[in-house]
Design a protein around this ligand. Structure first.
Ligand code: HEM
Length: 363
């Protein structure tokens, strides 16, 4: 939802008495803030009372606004989204310093209401605070999924994915050379397949009966419940995120929408992981993250195990998809970069296909 719509919605729902009350609370908070010890001062982007910089962020590409501000205020500055102060980091170096060198000190970030529900209150490596849970689950994801040995074990899945993508792209350019092509469809389908093979041991070949929903879902519907819906939910804005002192005001429709997404995701994960647990109990072993986690045998509850398996599904299917899409978009806009990339690949691979071994040889 656009920020202006949220504010409009807010103003419509809460007439003058609430706004006067909110203003009072805001002024009190300001007074309290003045008397507390201050952090080192940062450049502040000027905004409006109460809503801060929200109106300046109303377009759908806030990164462009952040970049414009960086030209004026430098690589680190602060803005106000309603009552919350947000520090914006604008260069790779400062982002790396915050996310790697000083990770423990920023890890306790506050999540939006939607993310709090969808992540089962930080029960994912990527959103967890730096604590024992983070240390253990990060170790799991490195040894069972992302680390060099795990990546070696999954190599054949990635090779199959690349072969399928290339085959589809070739046949399309041969059959419809002049027609625009939607890369997303191919990447989305293949990356979801890769995610399922790596996490559960195999792609979905037939619809799955989800007991808790009392229905059978196709692979496409499962993709929607596990990946698309939660991501749409994650960027849903609840105006109470900007005004935490008004969190007591109910926002039932959004709350119910996000809870429905969470419950459907939970039900589908339970069905998928349940199938694999039965397989493992029958003695059939596959090369997968669920097999790895079961052999570790230390995850405390069914819900925690299902969250740990869902996490790489969403990261493989979506994060990698949008990164690839962004790279293709940038390449598509720039003919000279396409030519340069083609020449670089040709100089390393000749007329052979690119393999993972070639990647480190590319300039
Ligand atoms: C090209 C694809 C990817 C990109 C660009 C990417 C980018 C990122 C970024 C920027 C972060 C830091 C986020 C933050 O702290 O707010 C992150 C964290 C993380 N990513 Fe990815 N990611 C990609 C693929 C994946 C995949 C496939 C997985 C599969 C398991 C994954 C798992 C994680 C985990 C577990 C974390 C949290 C690490 C920690 O807390 O120490 N990512 N990723």
């Amino acid at each position: 939802m656009a920020t202006t719509a949220i504010i409009k919605d807010f103003l419509q729902q809460f007439p003058s008495i609430t706004i006067a009350l909110a203003l009072l609370v805001f002024l009190l908070l300001k007074k309290l803030q003045k008397s507390s010890p201050r952090n080192p001062s940062l450049p502040v982007v000027p905004g409006l009372p109460l809503i801060g910089n929200l109106l300046q962020l109303k377009d759908k590409k806030p990164h462009q606004t952040f970049t414009r501000w960086a030209e004026v205020y430098g690589p680190i500055y602060s803005i106000k989204t309603g009552a919350s102060t947000v520090v914006v980091l604008n260069t790779t170096d400062v982002a790396k310093e915050a996310m790697v060198t000083r990770f423990p000190s920023i890890s306790t970030r506050k999540l939006s209401n939607a993310l709090k529900i969808l992540t089962s209150d930080k029960c994912m490596v990527a959103t967890s605070d730096y604590n024992e849970f983070h240390k253990t689950t990060k170790r799991y994801i490195l040894s069972g999924f992302l680390g060099a040995n795990a990546q070696k074990r999954f190599r054949s899945h990635r090779d199959t994915m690349i072969k399928n993508m290339v085959r589809t792209l070739h046949s399309y350019t041969k059959d419809k050379p002049l027609q625009a092509f939607n890369f997303r469809n191919v990447f989305e389908n293949e990356l979801f397949g890769l995610a399922l093979k790596q996490t559960l041991g195999k792609d979905l070949e037939s619809p799955v009966y989800v007991e808790e929903l009392g229905t059978t879902l196709s692979r496409e519907e499962i993709f929607e419940v596990l990946v698309l819906d939660p991501l749409m939910g994650a960027i849903d804005v609840d105006w109470r995120d900007f005004f935490p002192y008004l969190r007591w005001v109910p926002n039932k429709s959004l709350q119910m929408k996000i809870e429905r997404m969470f419950n459907r995701r939970k039900a589908v994960m339970k069905a998928l992981v349940g199938q694999e647990k039965k397989r493992i109990a029958s003695g059939e072993v596959l090369n997968s993250y669920v097999d790895f986690l079961s052999s570790e045998g230390k995850t405390s509850s069914e819900e925690e195990l299902n969250m740990l398996i869902w996490e790489p599904i969403i990261e493989t299917s979506d994060t990698t998809l949008v990164t690839t899409e962004w790279a293709m978009y940038e390449l598509a806009k720039n003919k000279s970069h396409q030519d340069q990339l083609y020449q670089e690949i040709e100089s390393v691979c000749g007329s052979d296909k690119v393999t993972e071994e070639n990647i480190s040889q590319l300039p």
